[in-house]
Design a protein around this ligand. Structure first.
Ligand SMILES: NC(=O)c1ccc[n+]([C@@H]2O[C@H](COP(=O)([O-])OP(=O)(O)OC[C@H]3O[C@@H](n4cnc5c(N)ncnc54)[C@H](OP(=O)(O)O)[C@@H]3O)[C@@H](O)[C@H]2O)c1
Length: 173
């Protein structure tokens, strides 16, 4: 099973602006790339706050797993195999998905989820879109904890005239 991590960041590493927004400063081209990567995955994993920000509808073509300590809060929205709300560590979740035959998992943030997968050495590839913007405050890509992860650049593409860059890395494990 391959696990990819996908995020759009400001040049100083924020995934939201100071109002908790992402789509106000990310580009249409980044969104197209996100959809391309999402459609090539069979599972998307996200934290509860990311789910709340987007509230995607259940969809038979992709399984979404939302990490939360309060799955009971989301009982009405849950649809088995489409939209699940679970309390699991990254390791337990990955083992379960592997057992279920999943081939490609997309980790779609936010901060704690990204950090948990990287700390556990579970992510294989990272797609980072660098938007040409600086954000003074906002949600960081990674939690403030001790972590060092080596990356090997596979490709970098300019997505638009403004200078949005999509970098694809293999994560050292
Ligand atoms: N720019 C980007 O590419 C990008 C990517 C992703 C998200 N975002 C944005 O970032 C914001 C959200 O990010 P965030 O870092 O604040 O939050 P988040 O990671 O999406 O959600 C945090 C919540 O997830 C739950 N959680 C995380 N790990 C868990 C675990 N192992 N077990 C159980 N529950 C777990 C907890 O929810 P409970 O409180 O329910 O327990 C925690 O409060 C949103 O505005 C979103 O739009 C941007």
């Amino acid at each position: 099973m391959k696990i990819i991590m996908v995020d759009a960041v400001s040049l100083n590493g924020k995934i939201t602006d100071s109002n908790g927004q992402t789509h106000t400063w990310t580009s249409a081209e980044d969104w197209d790339e996100f959809l391309r990567l999402r459609d090539a995955s069979d599972v998307i994993v996200m934290g509860a706050a990311t789910y709340e920000a987007v509230r995607p509808k259940p969809d038979a073509s992709i399984r979404r797993v939302v990490l939360t300590h309060h799955p009971e809060k989301y009982q009405a929205a849950a649809v088995p195999e489409q939209l699940e709300f679970v309390t699991e560590t990254a390791q337990t979740l990955v083992k379960r998905l592997q057992k279920a035959g999943c081939k490609r998992v997309m980790v779609a943030g936010g901060t704690e989820v990204n950090s948990d997968f990287l700390s556990a050495g579970l992510a294989d590839e990272l797609y980072l879109t660098f938007e040409p913007v600086l954000l003074g405050s906002g949600t960081p890509l990674l939690a403030e904890r001790s972590l060092q992860v080596g990356l090997r650049l596979q490709s970098v593409r300019q997505l638009n005239a403004q200078g949005t860059l999509l970098a694809h890395y293999i994560i050292d494990r």
